[in-house]
Design a binder for this molecule. Sequence first.
Ligand SMILES: Nc1ncnc2c1ncn2[C@@H]1O[C@H](COP(=O)(O)OP(=O)(O)O)[C@@H](O)[C@H]1O
Ligand SMILES: [Mg+2]
Length: 367
Amino acid sequence: MVNIILEKVNKIFSPDVHVLKDIDLEIQDKEFLVLVGPSGCGKSTCLNIIAGLEYVTDGRILFNNIDVSYLPPKERKVAMVFQSYALYPHMNVRDNMSFSLKLSKTDKRIIDKRVKVAAEILGISELLDRKPKELSGGQRQRVALGRCMVRNPTAFLFDEPLSNLDAKLRTQMRGEIIKLQKRLGITLVYVTHDQVEAMSMADRIAILFDGRIQQLGTPSEVYNCPTNLFVAGFIGSPTMNFIDTKFDQKNRNMLIFGEQKYPLPEDIANKLVKASFENLILGIRPEHIKVTTQTHQDSYEVEITVIEYLGAETIITFEFPDKISAMAVTPGFYPGRMGDIAYISFSPDQIHVFDSETEMNLIHFPS
Ligand SMILES: Nc1ncnc2c1ncn2[C@@H]1O[C@H](COP(=O)(O)OP(=O)(O)O)[C@@H](O)[C@H]1O
Ligand SMILES: [Mg+2]
């Protein structure tokens, strides 16, 4: 069992490739931590540094408060699972799973026992005599997990392990990995570029961008209180609407965007008055916009420009009369078509306001 600390970690591949900048991160014992960010932001580099496959340029890695920054991978005893399962094609499942234990000259009875237990937990006991080519993608992924489990690692490190699977299997494996991690009670660091995967699996999410952790928090914290514009746009699908806006203090605390005025309740207006910001960005998640065919209280009249029926929900793109465009998601089937007039509203509890210069969220911040 292990708690992992990254302390002011920097990784510089070359003067213009400064991938990780002063990363501070504590991964708690038994935690499921997801490191998420766009492709190329340094997720794999960060994971490799924890594993010992890469070394820090500056800073330290601590396992249970012991500095392991320059220990080789095998002394850290972490287990990595990659996108490509890297199974040995000529070996059957049993041999694939026991290979590393055989190398370390573990007693055969112990190996057999561990393989049996892992295979049972993963539901692959019937497959032990098969070769990788005789397995489905999901079964191969389970074997790759089993190969890690038998080594009783201090932590699991997963680098986009589900990217090669089709959507349905990915959802199923997500559930299985969560169950497995809780059952084994093991620290797990999981890297993905997919925010849905991050939201659905993590105890806490670390969002990496521009060499820095933009926010560290539970799925609900990063969704409800994104610290900045990047996090707000990265978490959630369809993406949060961002609309340029100004704050008008004189005129009864209104947000003004295009020809529209949006009155703010006092508590929110006070936060903006204090900061006295000029150029702001109004953020509204599509799922927080109410759309109706008839006018309703505090609604704006808009024109529907695109309508997408997804079965469980409808995605509606619309325009205000001044052509400012945004997206809404409504549950179920929306009875309207392209070109129709609709009425939209959104609650001040659910809006976000960002300073367009610092890009920081000015009204909802994590406590
Ligand atoms: N060994 C290396 N040498 C030089 N540059 C590298 C090396 N490994 C990764 N990089 C660069 O570091 C950046 C981050 O890469 P990576 O950690 O693989 O990102 P991610 O996993 O988030 O997609 C990329 O710009 C990549 O080109
Ligand atoms: Mg990567």
